[in-house]
Design a protein around this ligand. Structure first.
Ligand SMILES: NC(=O)c1ccc[n+]([C@@H]2O[C@H](COP(=O)([O-])OP(=O)(O)OC[C@H]3O[C@@H](n4cnc5c(N)ncnc54)[C@H](OP(=O)(O)O)[C@@H]3O)[C@@H](O)[C@H]2O)c1
Length: 324
């Protein structure tokens, strides 16, 4: 079968011919319809993740959408790059039966390209959903700031915050194209993250809101997170789930203690299988009913090397989804 293969950590995978996996040991064969190239795939294959250097060669891809032999269209996770074993960037993958999540009507690919959108949204949308509603305790009527709003997490957060009843969603993003994606996702106001001056960014966030905000969804950390804490109301929350803008952020004590703020961390890895399955189902339902979509492009699996490099360089027009 055709598959992408990481041969050397830190180098893009190449398309190759590999033996097809076998079912058994509780594993079910899934014919892959769509496999996204995500930040986690890039991180794991770099050999610099906290999972360590992966054994090579291996097939990357921590998630995908495919079809089982009995005709179900399913979303599935894999541990590729985090533990020994192969991932989703292949014609066929063997997945533990209990990890499969059947897609609801309308998101099952039978009616068109929705399976691709579910794959593009995937665990990034799960993270946005659970960081907002579970860790962030978003309540109807609240004002939400979404940092990094042009990324997949950010685009999903803008739409999911709105669907959860947020009264106003303020988006913040670095590039002009990212800000365009945030507008397309339905943000009420968009702030440019084009300076390292936290004071300036705080003023912009406050001006874009209708007052101090209740909740910040933060895939960036660094200066944008510092600025965003200063735009929160007393008792406000910031949920961090990534560090695209920096591994460190220097918060001032006066801001945190004077407003009794909560700065929280979030990882999908903490979800139980049931929570993850429920969240994927909700994401897929939102895709099916048209309330969730994220910018993406499709690329044939055989072109994985160039696609991987473009995704890593930030040159893609959205999430790249490989089609075997
Ligand atoms: N904790 C979890 O469970 C979890 C789950 C999913 C994702 N994540 C993390 O969340 C982050 C976002 O994921 P994603 O799927 O949305 O990634 P993505 O689609 O690749 O988007 C990344 C976004 O980050 C922005 N960005 C990168 N560097 C930046 C900087 N220095 N300042 C401001 N913006 C910057 C980019 O903006 P431009 O478009 O302007 O370049 C891009 O829009 C990643 O770090 C990912 O690892 C965490």
């Amino acid at each position: 079968m055709r598959a992408a293969e990481v041969r050397t950590p830190g180098e893009p995978p190449v398309a190759a011919e590999r033996d097809a996996p076998a079912a058994g040991d509780g594993r079910v064969l899934v014919d892959v319809l769509a496999a996204p190239i995500t930040p986690l795939d890039l991180l794991c294959a770099s050999g610099r993740s906290y999972f360590g250097v992966p054994a090579t060669p291996y097939v990357p891809g921590v998630q995908g959408v495919g079809r089982t032999g009995d005709g179900r269209t399913v979303w599935f996770p894999t541990a590729a790059g985090m533990a020994p074993g192969d991932g989703s960037m292949a014609a066929t993958v063997a997945v533990p039966a209990e990890d499969l999540v059947a897609l609801p009507d309308g998101a099952d690919g039978a009616r068109g390209a929705d399976a691709v959108v579910v794959a593009a949204a995937g665990l990034s949308a799960v993270a946005a959903l659970m960081a907002l509603t579970w860790r962030g305790e978003l309540a109807a009527g609240e004002q939400v700031v979404v940092l990094g709003a042009g990324g997949v997490v950010g685009q999903a957060a803008v739409q999911l915050a709105r669907a959860a009843g947020a009264r106003r969603v303020v988006a913040a993003a670095r590039s002009a194209s990212a800000r365009e994606r945030a507008v397309a996702a339905g943000a009420d106001a968009v702030v440019a993250l084009d300076t390292d001056d936290a004071g300036v960014l705080t003023e912009r966030l406050l001006a874009a809101g209708d007052g101090p905000s209740d909740l910040v969804l933060d895939p960036l950390f660094g200066t944008p997170a510092v600025a965003a804490t200063r735009s929160l109301r007393p008792g406000g929350r910031l949920v961090n789930l990534g560090s695209a803008a920096g591994e460190a952020a220097t918060f001032d004590s006066a801001t945190l203690r004077s407003r009794s703020l909560r700065v929280l961390g979030y990882t999908n890895n903490e979800l139980t299988a049931a929570q993850r399955s429920d969240a994927v189902t909700r994401v897929a339902a939102a895709v099916a009913d048209g309330t969730l979509a994220v910018a993406h492009e499709t690329v044939p699996l055989d072109d994985v090397t160039a696609a991987w490099s473009r995704q890593a360089a930030g040159d893609a027009s959205g999430r790249i989804v490989l089609i075997p």
